[in-house]
Design a binder for this molecule. Structure first.
Ligand SMILES: Cc1cc2nc3c(=O)[nH]c(=O)nc-3n(C[C@H](O)[C@H](O)[C@H](O)COP(=O)(O)OP(=O)(O)OC[C@H]3O[C@@H](n4cnc5c(N)ncnc54)[C@H](O)[C@@H]3O)c2cc1C
Length: 264
């Protein structure tokens, strides 16, 4: 097949976001009778799962502290449940077993889960937690100072590579084309719209571009000449001017192995 010069939808990144978007967009276009997977191209500079999706631990949980995530994750868990075998999904649930300093935060998460009907249990108090763990999980549980347990009945873990290739197969079955080894280097724009994606192998004209580039998102932000600093409104409505758009928190090995590497 020759290198494409035009596609209606170009999705950059063949990780979990790019592939899932391709598959679900293809189904949506077909269902609405406004197109099909044949209108969609996924490109990746390396390979399927070459980014974070290929090294993720595969844990599927809904106890992130950010409230905005709650319904999104509930929706995402429902998608995993659609093809348990294909995605290598093991719906064993998820537990957050915490000490007292985390009690109030986890209680807040539990409350939000109840509000949206996401099934979970919250056990409070050291004695109750010990009893729950011994009775339901490990009869010889011994950990001390545990004062709360959030037991999500949904979620679990999945085999990340299996899930990615399953999504790629599903997308291709809908007519999506996936091209690997194609690096995006920039965009052609007209006023504020992207009209083509520039790659090392040539330009691809498009009506819509979807960037699923995970940790490489900043490089696309830069390619689009978007600002390094932005204004942010806090919970009280105050505007913080010129906040840095990108901040990277870098965990380096010595943090985990301080004893061994402290003097390096
Ligand atoms: C060690 C680790 C463990 C994790 N564990 C979990 C977990 O247990 N549960 C969980 O939910 N999340 C986990 N995460 C987070 C999760 O992996 C990511 O949020 C998710 O994989 C991001 O997917 P993505 O598709 O957005 O990005 P990615 O999977 O990173 O995909 C981006 C793709 O874009 C491509 N790309 C980049 N630049 C270009 C370019 N210029 N041109 C063309 N292609 C380009 C890359 O090659 C890559 O394949 C973990 C992350 C890490 C690093």
């Amino acid at each position: 097949m020759s290198f494409p010069t035009k596609y209606k939808y170009v999705i950059i990144g063949a990780g979990i976001h790019g592939l899932s978007t391709a598959y679900h967009l293809a189904k949506e276009l077909k269902q609405k009778k406004v197109g099909s997977g044949k209108d969609i191209l996924v490109i990746d500079k390396a390979a399927i799962g070459a980014g974070a999706s290929g090294i993720a631990c595969g844990i599927i949980r809904n106890n992130y502290f950010q409230p905005a995530m709650r319904e999104l994750i509930a929706h995402s868990v429902a998608l995993w449940e659609e093809d348990v075998e294909g995605y290598g999904y093991r719906p064993v649930g998820y537990m957050q077993i915490s000490c007292e300093s985390m009690h109030a935060d986890v209680a807040g998460i539990y409350k939000q889960q109840q509000e949206i009907g996401y099934e979970s249990l919250f056990i409070e108090g050291e004695k109750e937690c010990l009893k729950y763990m011994k009775k339901n999980i490990f009869y010889d549980w011994q950990a001390k100072n545990i004062t709360s347990i959030l037991h999500e009945k949904k979620g679990g873990y999945a085999h990340n590579t299996k899930a990615l290739y399953c999504l790629a197969d599903k997308a291709e079955a809908e007519g999506v084309r996936i091209l690997t080894g194609v690096k995006v280097t920039g965009f052609k724009t007209n006023k504020n719209s992207v009209t083509a994606v520039k790659t090392q192998k040539g330009d691809i004209e498009c009506d819509y571009v979807i960037i699923g580039a995970g940790p490489w998102a900043k490089s696309f932000w830069d390619m689009l000449d978007l600002p390094d600093q932005i204004d942010i409104k806090d919970n009280d409505g105050n505007i913080h001017k010129n906040a840095k758009m990108w901040t990277y928190l870098c965990l380096v090995e010595p943090i985990f192995q301080r004893g061994r590497f402290a003097n390096n």
